[in-house]
Design a protein around this ligand. Structure first.
Ligand code: ADP
Ligand code: NI
Length: 214
């Protein structure tokens, strides 16, 4: 069973490939490496963290039409490859609880491993990489990077969150700058604060250049 990690890698690479919207294999690889680092700091089960990180985007509603069916598929895949039922359930539970949806309150992560993987995923939405992903995603959606006439939305339904009039800059205010407050782990919070500060400094520079002041 030890090579189930390698098999999961292969499985995810095939499914995600080079998606240009920020959900590519390299996002998964960064989340996996960050999850392992946080697991070390937190004393979490490294294998559960690595497996959940590798599979975490396979049930995302941007990639699949039926989230529940995708979760059943992942569970089936794990069990067929010899993963014990209890840890397969744990991994699937993490994946199911993980994504943040605008306008919808998700329950908190139930386990330390879940908190670790969720932090690793959130960290990848902040800092230099987070900024790059946001513009890549907006570009893929054909949205403008900025429009001063569109104010960031204070609250929204899941539907509005996905399909509303949005810009890359607004996404920082609607979601990314809120991530820091929800961090679960101590080391994750330290890194999030650093990346948050970098993101804010980018936004100040962007605004200054926009006005021709910098
Ligand atoms: P979400 O819960 O928003 O789907 P993801 O982690 O799946 O979050 O998003 C993948 C990447 O795409 C992230 O870097 C995120 O910032 C970016 N992204 C998601 N929604 C938007 C949006 N409306 N505008 C710009 N970037 C977005
Ligand atoms: Ni992700």
């Amino acid at each position: 069973m030890s090579d189930i990690v390698g098999a999961a890698e292969q499985f995810v690479r095939e499914r995600l490939g080079g998606d240009a919207g920020g959900h590519d294999w390299w996002h998964v690889d960064r989340v996996r490496r960050m999850a392992l680092k946080l697991a070390e700091h937190e004393g979490a089960d490294r294998r559960i963290c690595e497996m959940a990180a590798l599979l975490h985007d396979l049930a995302d509603d941007k990639l699949v039409t039926d989230e529940r069916e995708a979760l059943r598929d992942i569970r089936g895949w794990l069990v067929r490859r010899g993963e014990p039922e209890a840890s397969a359930d744990h991994i699937v539970d993490i994946i199911a609880t993980m994504s943040f949806r605008g306008g919808e309150d998700r329950p908190p992560m139930r386990t330390l491993e879940g908190r670790v993987v969720q932090d690793a995923d959130r960290l990848d939405a902040l800092g230099a990489v987070g900024i790059a992903r946001t513009f890549a995603y907006s570009g893929k959606k054909g949205r403008p990077m900025h429009d001063p006439a569109l104010r960031p939305r204070e609250s929204m339904t899941a539907e509005q969150y996905r399909s509303g009039n949005d810009t890359a800059i607004n996404h920082f205010y609607e979601k990314l700058l809120k991530l820091k407050a929800g961090m679960n782990t101590e080391y994750g919070r330290v890194l999030a604060e650093r990346r948050h500060a970098y993101t804010e400094s980018f936004l100040r520079q962007f605004a200054g250049e926009w006005e021709g002041e910098l």
